[in-house]
Write a protein that binds this ligand. Structure first.
Ligand SMILES: NC(=O)c1ccc[n+]([C@@H]2O[C@H](COP(=O)([O-])OP(=O)(O)OC[C@H]3O[C@@H](n4cnc5c(N)ncnc54)[C@H](OP(=O)(O)O)[C@@H]3O)[C@@H](O)[C@H]2O)c1
Length: 288
């Protein structure tokens, strides 16, 4: 159910299609504190002041740093703000991202998220699969999903999503419990999930692309620059506008540590692309 073109549902919540991804607020390598804590808090407060009602985070960012910043900046949380988090990994002492998804590890991570965010119940928890080194890879998710469903039954979380998963894992996950969102790597030049985006749209499930701007190295392209100039927007606004236009179930979580970039990203729904722009931008995935 889409209430209008600017919102989509995340479980029981209707959220604006442009949200905010908090990963960039931690220190370099998403490890340790940010250089400027005050600036990080300002980005979060400005996001909510400008109507953001969907923030994506994880206790692995920092670790714990990003969630603690969110709590400091925004607690007590305004009604309607969905803070989505991810479990299934932990950080090693030098910053490695280590799979951790036994039932006991997931329960501990859920409790750590609750504590660091200062919440009684988590709004949305993604199980972040880590069977492959560089992207989704097959492997059964039945056991971790069963564990998360049990934590939901106990009232610790409201909704469950999946991240970094294959179509087969989504089907397996949906046979265990309700899945309200899928968060995978997807953007203008990384379109492995094209078929999946459409399939999830048909099933009314939100698709939340991570790295919507290209991640640590934002997308650069002459075509993107040319389209941006034609429509009077910035290249990053065009990249986000392309995603908004891609499918109504796409919810954006662009990440930034800068208020200026935040403001720019939130305005990307005013960028209007015509069919010819989209045709040109679509070709970028085949040359990337
Ligand atoms: N599930 C997963 O495995 C997974 C993995 C990665 C990320 N995520 C989630 O996805 C969210 C988004 O991903 P991301 O933050 O890594 O990547 P992203 O949103 O694709 O891009 C972030 C990068 O773009 C820059 N940027 C942002 N807005 C800009 C603008 N208007 N102009 C120029 N540069 C701009 C940022 O630098 P500045 O700080 O200088 O603006 C940063 O370097 C994360 O915050 C996280 O919540 C999930």
């Amino acid at each position: 159910m889409t209430t209008d073109s600017r919102t989509f549902h995340l479980g029981p919540h209707s959220v604006r299609r442009i949200g905010y991804g908090a990963m960039q607020l931690a220190g370099p390598g998403v490890f340790g504190p940010p250089a400027d804590r005050g600036a990080a808090l300002s980005v979060l407060r400005e996001a909510v002041a400008r109507g953001v009602d969907h923030i994506d985070t994880s206790d692995v960012y920092g670790p714990h740093v990003t969630n603690q910043l969110i709590r400091e900046a925004l607690h007590p949380y305004p009604d309607g703000l969905v803070v989505a988090t991810k479990v299934g990994m932990v950080r090693g002492p030098t910053g490695s991202w280590d799979p951790a998804f036994s039932a006991a590890e997931l329960e501990r991570q859920v409790h750590e998220n609750l504590t660091n965010l200062g919440k009684d119940v988590l709004d949305l928890v993604y199980f972040r699969a880590s069977f492959g080194a560089t992207g989704p890879a097959e492997g059964s998710i039945e056991a971790p999903l069963t564990a998360l469903a049990e934590l939901r039954r106990r009232g610790l979380l409201r909704s469950i999503g999946l991240s970094n998963v294959t179509r087969a894992q989504i089907d397996e996950g949906r046979s265990v419990t309700e899945i309200v969102a899928v968060q995978n790597h997807y953007n203008l030049v990384h379109r492995d999930d094209d078929t999946l985006v459409d399939a999830l749209a048909s099933d009314g499930i939100a698709y939340v692309p991570y790295f919507p701007l290209g991640g640590f190295t934002p997308i650069q392209s002459r075509v993107l620059d040319e389209v941006a100039e034609r429509v009077g927007a910035t290249p990053m606004q065009v990249a986000l506008a392309w995603l908004l236009r891609r499918s109504p179930n796409v919810l954006l979580i662009p990440g930034t540590s800068s208020v200026a970039h935040l403001v720019e990203n939130l305005a990307s729904d005013s960028t209007s692309l015509d069919a010819r722009d989209v045709e040109r931008l679509n070709l970028l995935s085949s040359v990337a």
